[in-house]
Design a protein around this ligand. Structure first.
Ligand code: F6P
Length: 339
């Protein structure tokens, strides 16, 4: 059987353990492969920190949040300021050769895929699995972690409705997503947000204030504003704080902020994320068995596919402002702060 390594890199998300289990079980039980888990992302490959993943180690972990391997934001091919050279790529090759690996499965987001494609360029075999709550990995329709985060954010928004109503306030909730608005768009729509602000659609704070005033004037007792952390705003102030301060200053309406933070990244994965991560893991192993290296597994139109890593590495997938979903949301009265 082949010998493979596996690592999780970048910010964690629900479903990582389900993916590790999907890779591990398929590799060990169906293909008789030997599996090694590197700890703390690419740091484990650089520093030779790994352990053997036998079947019991990948059992009983599908419900667990986080990652049994640990993670880090280590970028081995990136030179620090003032550096002209680093020996990390060499150390990675040494570990790979000493362990006599056939492939390394790299589970992560855009940064991780970029690094994986660099490893492929260096002649090592890799397979990428896209994960992130942000849903912003280019080349796939969906990443695991997203559904769980949307679920948590939606529940949070649900809970704001009652207290917003009691106090007749404008409630601003900030969700994550880095440069993308996927979590804000989905949780905002699912949670019945009145205004949704995402980085992909330019908003005007004056229009946001006007919409809130108009809602109160129409007799709507409260407003829910869902904002993505990545919207345009002054530095050194959070998106939620910025919007709240403007609402209070320009409308006189009482406003409060909630920043969901790491709650939306922690804990047990949703059923959909468990299934997606399991499928990605199993499919990654099948690609290795076939020798179809240097691909990222992806879901496109509900079909599992392999996408060449050099086509995806590093590119972002953002919300398309012309998407039908946005038009539909507008038609039922959701404001994106632009009109
Ligand atoms: O990529 C996931 C994510 O949670 C983003 O939504 C957020 O911008 C970032 O990670 C936070 O990074 P860190 O874990 O380094 O604080």
């Amino acid at each position: 059987g082949k010998k493979i390594g596996i690592l999780t890199a970048g910010g964690d998300c629900p479903g990582l353990n389900a993916a590790i289990r999907g890779v591990g079980k398929t590799a060990i039980m169906t293909y008789g492969m030997e599996v090694y888990g590197f700890t703390a992302g690419y740091s484990g490959l650089i520093n030779k920190e790994y352990f053997k993943l036998d079947e019991p180690k990948v059992s009983g972990i599908i419900t667990l949040g986080g990652t049994i391997l640990g993670t880090s934001r280590e970028k081995p091919y990136k030179l620090e300021k003032g550096e002209e050279f680093n020996d990390k790529p060499d150390l990675i090759r040494q570990t790979y050769e000493e362990l006599d690996l056939d492939c390394v499965v790299c589970i992560g987001g855009n940064g991780t895929m970029k690094t994986a494609s660099m490893m492929a360029k260096e002649g090592l075999n890799v397979i990428g699995i896209p994960k992130t709550i942000d849903n912003d990995v280019f080349g796939t329709d969906v990443t695991f972690g997203f559904d769980s985060a949307v679920g948590i954010a939606t529940e949070a928004i649900d809970r704001l409705h009652s207290t917003a109503n009691s106090h007749q306030r404008a409630m601003v909730i900030e969700v994550m997503g880095h440069h993308a608005g996927w979590i804000a768009l989905y949780a905002g729509m699912a949670g019945g947000g009145d205004i949704i602000l995402i980085p992909e659609i330019d908003y005007h704070i004056g229009k946001v204030c006007k919409t809130i005033e108009e809602r109160f004037a129409k007799g709507k007792p409260y407003s829910i504003v869902v904002v993505a952390e990545g919207i345009d705003k002054p530095k050194k102030i959070s998106a939620a704080r910025y919007v709240v301060e403007n609402i209070q200053t320009y409308t006189g309406i009482e406003a409060r902020e909630t920043r969901l933070g790491y709650i939306q990244r922690g804990g047990t994965p949703s059923p959909m994320d468990r299934i997606l991560a399991t499928q990605y893991g199993a499919f990654a192993t099948e690609l290795i068995a076939d020798g179809a290296y240097n691909n990222m597994v992806a879901m496109r139109g509900n079909v599992l596919t392999a996408v060449p890593l050099d086509e995806v590495g590093g590119k972002l997938r953002l919300v398309d402002p012309a998407d039908a979903l946005i038009t539909k949301a507008r038609n039922l009265g959701v404001s994106f702060g632009d009109e």
